[in-house]
Design a binder for this molecule. Sequence first.
Ligand code: HEC
Ligand code: HEC
Length: 271
Amino acid sequence: MSNEMNRRDALRFAGLAAGAFLVGGSAGNASGAEAGVGGVWKYAVVDPQKVADTAYENYKVGRCMYTTFYGIVYNVGLELEKTDPIAAAPILQFPFYMMKYGTGGANDWGTLCGSLNGAMAAISLFVADSNKRKALCDEIANYYEQTMFPIYKPANDDFGPMPQTISGSLLCHVSSGKWSSLAMKRTDSPERTERCTRMSADVARKTAELLNLNIGTPAALEAAPVVTFKRQEPSATCYDCHGKGKKNSDVIAKMSCNECHDQAVDHHEAK
Ligand code: HEC
Ligand code: HEC
């Protein structure tokens, strides 16, 4: 089984390399400034509901990062196949299995939530303009940090209403920990798995919406990023002194600081 998988993956990868070369010149993009070898991959508008359903159904194959990335990218491939099979080929042959490492916040280390890792990877695959790429990665991170999850409801709901939590953090450890603690469920329970399955579908859907809006049409491709979420106070203010390139510039963190620190915004002035 596993040998067979490896051989199939290897064949796909060979196809991918050839396909990427073909697509290079034809991939449309506003600036193309950041496009690496082979150029940025072509995008096609996808149905966010279909993306969410695909992500929900494939969680069991490779977990959070895999399924979020797969839900988005595979559906882009299917859409492109209708109009531009040459551009679709490398996308459909993508070695999706590589995204399996993201489970449990990177191989169960509890760091960056895999659904976000997958979402940012998908954004980076299709968005060549670096300002837009960064704005969309921030948007999906803020969405994750501030939204009550899970939202997605599968057609066959074996679990009934699920407890929802706002993570306040991008960390798998914090996000799953807060939910498990509220729901009073073990990490190895079917309910915790279901929560992360549904949340992956939510993140995949949001990412698809963002991509449709921001690179779905030639006009959108040229336009400034369309984003709605703001970073939460007080971390924006903490960042004004401590952040990269700011007065103190001693931390790398857009995270909500007060998840871990109890300083007040004016803590330095008060001293
Ligand atoms: C007006 C600028 C400013 C703001 C705003 C600010 N800090 Fe600081 N902070 C400092 C300075 C200066 C120090 C001392 C030098 C250092 O460690 O960076 C400090 C130190 C710290 C330290 C080290 C321990 C300590 O208390 O000295 C932590 C942790 C910290 N800040 C967290 C925060 C958090 C969290 C926020 C937002 C709620 C925040 N800071 C907002 C200027 C600021
Ligand atoms: C997930 C938990 C977490 C989050 C979120 C977090 N920090 Fe920290 N931070 C830490 C830890 C742990 C240390 C190391 C503390 C130590 O050495 O005692 C640290 C260190 C620091 C220090 C240096 C402290 C010192 O003694 O020199 C500053 C300043 C700081 N953080 C500011 C921030 C700011 C500003 C934010 C938000 C943008 C933030 N942190 C978000 C966990 C966190």
